[in-house]
Design a protein around this ligand. Sequence first.
Ligand code: HEC
Ligand code: HEC
Length: 358
Amino acid sequence: MTRWTVLSAASVAAVLAATALVPVVSAGDGDNSLLERARAVFQPLPKDAATTAYPLTADRVELGRALFFESRVSTDGKQSCANCHQPMFYGTDALATSVGNQGRALPRNVPTVFNTALQFVQHYGGNRVDVEEQAVKALMSPLAYGNADLAAAETRLRAIPGYRDMFVKAFPGEAEPVTARNWGVAIGAYERTLITPAPFDHFLEGDASALSPQAKRGLDKFMAVGCSGCHSGATVGGQMYQKFGLTRDYWLATGSTEKDLLKGRDKGRFHDTKNEADAFIFKVQQLRNVAVTPPYFHDGSVATLSEAVRVMASLQLGRDDLSDADVADIVAFLESLTGAVPANFAAVPSLPPAPYRN
Ligand code: HEC
Ligand code: HEC
């Protein structure tokens, strides 16, 4: 039975109130009206995610690209960003939950690094303010790079002589540029270039033929059902927190067994804030490239996109009445969010040699 959960967020109340009784029908009002309504909710991707605080220079991006693929700064010599955010899987590892340092299990599914710099915070619980902080903190995570502290990571980094020149060029004028902080700024600069424009962007820019008729119906339904109340903006998500399991408990709906429950539930943002009000609050995940980055949700519990759409409709909007055609249309729209793998990510760089150290 549906269990209604009250959440203070006014936006969700508005989403539910506005959509509870709306049948899933295509408005059938032509391309111009659909485009106008879509433009009120979504924006095309920018060409990069540079900001005044984090400007991009070619030297910084080149260094960041090398460091992204660098595994020798980890304690087991195997962890690099690319170990879990892989070029052949659209910046994910295609596992339900990831495996890290010394084969240790990570608790969550790997999201893509494409377009991620445009999200309002990083990680499912939002405990990293931006991609720069995310890259620095990974150095000390026992599950990722495993360094005891940042100084240990810097020692490993400085032991690879070829990087010094690259850091000097990327951070001119600094007395000691080879630092953990600059590691974060350089990797962040690289991530800020990993933007993947897709057919949906061409549509938003005015090319009505960029979407198939089915994808257009899906876009219409995505907005009519209320998905876009949470998944909006240039990244179609990644702009706010919401409860996962708003109208029905998430664990009951995904067919989890008692054994799963005993493993302990991931309470999302609660783990970072320790505030009960944050229990089961997650960042609304961005949906760019979602069709090519299964499995789905923070625990990778859902295998296919059509199932993920059904789970969302049921748990976030109380809608268990979507037809197979509705779901197929929404999936066709989500497929229009798939862009090309950026050329500077598809090809793997050669890294500077260094004397072997364990
Ligand atoms: C051992 C696997 C592993 C390694 C190594 C790793 N990551 Fe991740 N990454 C993950 C997982 C799992 C998550 C989800 C964590 C969460 O949300 O709590 C994640 C999340 C992220 C996010 C946030 C994405 C989002 O949608 O919120 C970014 C950005 C990111 N990683 C970049 C990097 C960078 C840059 C490096 C290298 C410095 C790196 N990762 C190394 C597994 C890994
Ligand atoms: C009330 C807010 C809200 C609404 C409405 C909503 N979502 Fe979500 N969506 C979320 C949150 C939060 C997550 C992250 C859940 C998690 O992984 O723990 C998410 C995740 C997803 C994912 C998985 C992304 C991934 O990479 O794992 C898909 C797909 C998705 N939503 C599609 C939809 C569709 C389609 C609709 C409409 C039927 C919809 N959502 C409605 C909040 C919402």
